[in-house]
Write a protein that binds this ligand. Structure first.
Ligand code: NAP
Ligand code: MG
Length: 449
């Protein structure tokens, strides 16, 4: 793909210096000024849609259609934040009693660190960076080591959009050195991180040294529940789309499919034939249904997880090594494992690949217990035509996202995006909380006459 620099910890210090200096003037700009910069950025992003989509596909492996969808999602979310920013600042309420006026002044926190994963190399950084900039903060961003090209391309768009020097800064390199250098600098007042739960925990512990505020969007083991009364073709689409898009590497991918016994056998037959019909290949071909997983480590980890599931007693209903894949990349078949039980790794651990673990249940209570039997709580879905069942699910599911007859990966920018339990911590992204994370609230008491 190319050669990309690896920043040093001195580069990180320089980037934070630049961000701290730029903050002194950027914080004083009006919301309208900042909106103009972000609008310029979004229109450049729109013009560059095909170019950045191609980079994401080459670097990450997802199909070109999935990469375009990633860019489109960044544009939709970006416009949402752009429009929300003035309303958000308007919420500061002013009250006067006799001689005392009180109000709340929203202020940017300062320099913020943004650390992003490789699975959505441009959208995740946008979802964090745009709210941070719109609220008057300056940013030091580190892309995943695996996807520096996407990160550097996005940094170039901010530069072309005419942001003042130092407002947005990009450093590259390993999380363990460059990421930590960002976290350890006490001038960085907030950290927004998306990645694995294991790394999220180390980041929160490290950030505690300076009481740095964190927003952590982490892993998931998202369950799709299919009831006997469900619209089965739609439920099947949900399993295939959210199970195998991006080769199962969405944080909100469906990874457990819980089937009520009445429909289990016929649903499985259809699921297996849909999985086996998918065209796996080079993501740049418009006709490819599923690209490779993102790299060698991902390939080895997912393959090992499939082998382990079989060793532990699960059955391979589709995928694994039962069908050929192109031999010039990290290709895996869409995989369906049946007879999975809660004690198995395949039930508990985020595999982050195109693997569906299937279990059966008899009652709704059992389904909810199975779904909630996880350290994670990011996304979830139920397919049912029964309103009471849907209501029970919405009330009982332990997840940040609850979908009724909608797949686990669906989201809209006006709703909070984040997980419960070990899927996340801090304020969710998107919605008003996406902006709220990046501000301090100053209580003002004024006696001016
Ligand atoms: P990861 O290994 O946790 O890495 C994420 C980012 O953190 C990368 O930039 C990484 O740098 C950096 N990093 C690694 N170790 C670090 C450390 N000790 N200190 C500071 N930074 C460090 O995650 P990933 O493998 O890129 O992405 C997959 C994971 O992300 C999955 O668990 C997935 O569920 C999760 N995810 C969650 C969401 C959500 O919104 N909830 C969205 C997308 C993905 P390097 O690249 O150098 O390792
Ligand atoms: Mg990783």
């Amino acid at each position: 793909m190319g050669s990309f620099q690896s920043s040093t910890t001195d580069d990180v210090a320089c980037a934070i210096d630049a961000a701290a200096t730029a903050f002194q003037s950027w914080r004083r700009t009006s919301v309208g000024d900042r909106q103009r910069h972000i609008a310029a950025f979004l229109s450049l992003l729109k013009e560059s849609r095909e170019e950045i989509a191609r980079i994401v596909t080459l670097e990450n492996g997802k199909t070109i259609r999935e990469s375009r969808a990633e860019v489109d999602s960044a544009l939709v979310e970006g416009s949402y934040h752009l429009q929300q920013a003035p309303n958000f600042f308007d919420t500061a309420s002013r009250k006067s009693t006799r001689d005392l006026t009180t109000w709340v002044r929203l202020e940017p926190v300062g320099v913020v660190g943004i650390i992003s994963p490789w699975n959505f190399p441009m959208n995740v950084m946008c979802r964090k960076t745009l709210p941070a900039l719109l609220t008057g903060n300056t940013v030091v961003f580190k892309p995943a080591t695996f996807t520096p090209w996407s990160g550097i391309f996005m940094a170039g768009l901010f530069e072309r959009a005419g942001l003042p020097a130092g407002v947005f800064n990009c450093v590259t390199g390993l999380g363990s050195s460059i990421g930590n250098a960002i976290i350890d600098d006490e001038r960085v007042r907030a950290l927004s991180f998306t990645g694995s739960t294991a790394v999220g925990k180390t980041i929160q512990a490290r950030a505690a040294a300076h009481l740095t505020r964190t927003q952590l969007e982490l892993g998931g083991k998202n369950a799709l529940i299919v009831m006997d009364d469900a619209d089965l073709p739609k439920a099947l689409d949900a399993a295939v789309v959210a199970g195998f898009s991006n080769a199962g590497q969405w944080c909100t991918s469906t990874s457990r499919v819980l089937l009520q016994r009445g429909i289990a056998a016929s649903f499985l037959t259809s699921l297996v034939s849909r999985a086996n019909a998918m065209v796996v290949g080079d993501g740049v071909n418009e006709s490819t249904d599923m690209g490779p997983v993102a790299g060698a480590k991902q390939y080895d980890d997912v393959s090992a997880a499939i082998r382990r599931a079989i060793d532990e007693g699960a059955q391979l209903a589709a995928g694994g090594e039962s069908m050929p894949v192109p031999d010039d990349g990290y290709f895996l078949r869409p995989t369906v494992l049946t007879n999975v039980t809660p004690n198995m790794h395949a039930f508990r651990e985020e595999i982050f690949g195109p693997v569906l673990a299937v279990c059966e249940f008899t009652t709704l209570d059992e389904a909810l217990d199975l779904a909630n039997n996880s350290m994670y709580g990011l996304s979830s879905a139920i397919y049912t035509t029964n309103v009471a069942t849907a209501k029970r699910y919405v009330e009982s599911i332990e997840a940040g996202l609850a979908h009724v007859n909608v797949h686990t990966g669906y989201k809209e920018p006006s709703l909070p995006f984040g997980g419960v339990k070990q899927s996340g911590a801090g304020l969710p992204e998107n919605s008003e909380t996406g902006l709220e994370f990046f501000v301090d609230r100053k209580a003002v008491y004024e006696r001016l006459a």
